[in-house]
Design a protein around this ligand. Structure first.
Ligand SMILES: Nc1ncnc2c1ncn2[C@@H]1O[C@H](COP(=O)(O)OP(=O)(O)OP(=O)(O)O)[C@@H](O)[C@H]1O
Ligand SMILES: [Mg+2]
Length: 375
């Protein structure tokens, strides 16, 4: 087993810079998810770690070993990096049985027959494929085929797994099931895993840590709780969470009572430690971007702490989307619109007015220019 380290890694394809000065340390045994929108450089990053692509600049280490460094001319080819990859389009050999598909990488490496047999049966047992070893891929369901692809990757006991959207071909229900299975398997094997996805739910549920990438630039690395509760910037705040965080332009003003986010139509009062941060970083009197997640906005009927004029405002209900477990409510105060995720028993109806409460402990302030979080 081994950790993986990227140091000042760049990748350029002609005019396009796919990866920009990436610094990332994936710990030994860790499940790291690379998360970001289409085209942000996830696959390129993975391909550089695997050796299918050479960085334009920077160094890559697997364990203590330098595997890529264009400056000193080091480039270890993929077959010598001791990694296994699973892709979205996991091509199984259609004419081979499940057994032979899983055994293939070992046979390629001339592993003795008896050991091959033992390892294939071990892996099949782990993945619940024992009963299916004699079948051909076309006789399997999508999920079973995906498990065979995984089996083929883990049978070699590599130092690192690289997975590029391995579940995206599966239907929603199976994906949820395979998500849990894959995570359990990774725990069991303890192999360092780098998993690429653009699906934030997959990232949050599977990763020990999540690396959020946008336009080739690493935005934030942290545990799922960290990136959710303390997004480093507007991009991370908006990308993680569904429905996404509300962003509203505000100015920070102070009066005899306290410090406020002033939206023109209404205002909200900051808590003490937030006031300290705003003062310390010089935001009094400044324009900022105010952020709050829909689930931190309540129907006043269900709010614990409501202080009229400080964390509460009367809003017009424009649309109610009933999801059963909650209600997504489109709200408007004058020209300002935002979403609230209300308790399923909230009685709000479209066209009505409702008192809504902002959980001020959960609000964020971002710098308008740099888009970085103040808190
Ligand atoms: N071989 C290549 N030649 C030129 N440009 C490339 C090449 N490979 C990738 N790119 C560009 O680099 C950028 C990053 O691509 P990459 O495939 O890493 O994105 P991704 O995050 O994996 O996206 P997706 O979620 O769509 O798979 C894109 O702008 C892409 O067009
Ligand atoms: Mg990709």
């Amino acid at each position: 087993m081994a950790g993986v380290r990227l140091v000042n890694v760049w990748k350029r394809f002609g005019e396009v810079t796919a990866v920009r000065d990436m610094n990332l340390h994936i710990k030994d045994g860790e499940f790291m998810v690379l998360l970001g929108p289409s085209g942000c450089g996830k696959t390129t990053t993975l391909r550089m770690i695997s050796g299918l692509e050479e960085p334009s600049e920077g160094r890559i280490f697997i364990g203590d070993k330098l595997v890529a460094d264009p400056e000193s001319g080091v480039f270890v080819p993929p077959k010598d990096r001791d990694i296994a990859m699973v892709f979205q389009s996991y091509a199984l050999y259609p004419h081979m049985t499940v057994y032979d598909n899983i055994a293939f990488p070992l046979k390629l490496r001339k592993v003795p027959k008896q050991e091959v047999d033992q390892r294939v049966r071990e892996v099949a047992e782990m993945l619940g494929l024992t009963e299916l070893l004699n079948r051909k891929p076309r006789e399997l369901s999508g999920g079973q085929r995906q498990r065979v692809a995984l089996g083929r990757a883990i049978v070699r006991k590599p130092k690192v797994f690289l997975m590029d959207e391995p579940l995206s071909n599966l239907d929603a229900k199976l994906r949820v099931k395979m998500r849990a299975e894959l995570k359990k398997l990774q725990r069991q094997l303890g192999v360092t895993t780098i998993y690429v996805t653009h699906d934030q739910v997959e990232a949050m549920t599977m990763g020990d840590r999540v690396a959020v990438i946008n336009q080739g630039v690493l935005q934030q690395v942290g545990t799922p709780d960290e990136v959710y509760d303390r997004p480093a910037n507007i991009f991370v705040g908006g990308f993680i969470g569904s429905p996404p965080m509300n962003f509203i332009g505000a100015s920070i003003v102070e009066d005899d009572v306290g410090v406020w986010a002033d939206f023109g139509e209404f205002r909200l009062r900051f808590l003490e430690d937030q006031v300290e941060a705003l003062k310390e970083f010089g935001y009094l009197g400044k324009e900022v971007v105010f952020g709050i997640r829909p689930e931190d906005i309540y129907d006043a009927m269900f709010a614990q702490v409501k202080v009229p004029g400080e964390n509460m405002v009367r809003a017009k209900v424009e649309i109610v989307e009933n999801l059963g477990s909650e209600k997504i409510v489109h709200l408007r105060v004058g020209g300002i619109t935002f979403l609230g995720s209300f308790h399923s028993e909230s009685k709000v109806r479209e066209g009505q007015e409702v008192d809504v409460v902002f959980d001020m402990k959960k609000v964020h302030v971002f710098d308008k220019k740099t888009e970085k979080a103040v808190f």
